[in-house]
Write a protein of this length. Structure first.
Ligand code: SAM
Ligand code: SF4
Length: 336
């Protein structure tokens, strides 16, 4: 059998044969919002020194790219609060093999950053927006101003970030009755509005489990108000959101149903936490420390081997049905 961890291997596979070519990189655990489903209100963020520095992130992206990773998504916490985020995008753009750079953001700082980020090489953005009502938006985010998000969405469009994807975590008692209003946005805009089932993780797991709304319920509510949804033909099998359309709509809808309809079989992802751990599955606590060997002077080949060996051990998927909840981190410390 060929040595799958050999220095010249060009693609990473896990023990289930899944091809891992997508790395989500959390730039910081800090955030300018405090969404109820993401973090406890009194969360304390990590000190800057404990986080990966920009050159360390670039080294690890190079290592991943040498193993066949071609897509990077920058996330957080909130990636736009990380100092030097534009330079980081510019740096990642120069890494051979990286074909696509995306970002998931709350959009609050995009009005000023969308243009510079695109100039630096950002290809695509997902913006989180859970409500169209300013009061509900503030209640969910515990501090956000919806106007800032709208300005960010406009700036992203002007900067040419397409397709523009809007993420909405559906939370019972907070925005579950509003999903049709969010879906309606796709009638006049070529946007992808994606409804995410709330996932349980860390200290807020009890709240998350009690307020989760199954995608089937969200879909039914939208259909009751706006008419039947049809499955859109253009489905990328690795995108967790299956695309649907409302009749006559310019945009599309997606439902990310990690809890009720897991899509582990098609998972191509690895995650790098802001403090330098390779997290093998969003909803499992299996992680491999990269920061320590990196700071101890491990060379490129050694890092490559650590990453490839860890990737091979990626667990099949979550174990929520067995009530096995990952407790070591909050969602904001992984990046979704
Ligand atoms: N701050 C950025 C944002 O909000 O878009 C990026 C980080 S955030 C952790 C990434 C995505 O995870 C967002 O779309 C957010 O709504 C989603 N998210 C946060 N907590 C979640 C949870 N418990 N279940 C499902 N999605 C969650
Ligand atoms: Fe911040 Fe994003 Fe978490 Fe909201 S979901 S608290 S914006 S990291």
């Amino acid at each position: 059998m060929a040595d799958i961890f050999a220095d010249n291997a060009e693609a990473m596979y896990d023990s289930y044969g899944r091809h891992l070519h997508y790395l989500r990189v959390s730039l910081t655990d800090a955030c300018n919002l405090r969404c109820i489903y993401c973090m406890p209100e009194d969360i304390v963020f990590r000190s800057q020194a404990t986080l990966l520095q920009a050159d360390e992130i670039l080294t690890l992206v190079r290592v991943a790219a040498s193993l066949g990773v071609d897509k990077i998504r920058l996330t957080g916490g909130e990636p736009t609060v990380r100092r030097g985020v534009v330079d980081l995008v510019r740096g990642i753009r120069t890494v051979p093999g990286i074909r696509r750079i995306a970002m998931t953001t709350n959009g609050i700082r995009l009005a000023e950053l969308a243009g510079p980020l695109v100039a630096a090489g950002l290809d695509q953005v997902n913006i989180s927006i859970d409500s169209l009502d300013p009061t509900k938006f503030r209640r969910i985010t515990r501090r956000g101003d919806l106007t800032d998000v709208w300005r960010g969405i406009e700036a992203a469009e002007t900067a040419g970030l397409r397709p523009l994807k809007l993420n909405c975590v559906v939370t019972r008692g907070f925005n579950d009755l509003e999903v049709a209003d969010l879906a309606r946005l796709t009638l006049d805009h070529p946007w992808h509005v994606r409804f995410i089932e709330m996932m349980p993780l860390g200290k807020v797991a009890d709240f998350q489990q009690s307020q989760v709304v199954p995608s089937a319920e969200t879909r039914a509510r939208i259909e009751a108000e706006l008419g039947p949804l049809t499955l859109a033909p253009e489905h990328d099998g690795h995108d967790p959101a299956r695309p649907y359309r409302l009749a006559g709509a310019l945009g599309q809808l997606g439902f990310i149903s990690s809890v009720t309809e897991p899509f582990c079989e098609g998972c191509t992802r690895l995650r790098l936490t802001a403090d330098g751990k390779l997290r093998l599955c969003l909803l499992r606590d299996d992680e491999v420390d990269l920061l320590t060997p990196l700071r101890a002077g491990a060379d490129f080949a050694a890092l490559r081997r650590i990453v490839a060996e860890a990737a091979f051990r990626k667990p099949w998927g979550h174990r929520l049905e067995e009530h096995d909840i990952a407790m070591s981190r909050e969602m904001s410390q992984i990046g979704g």
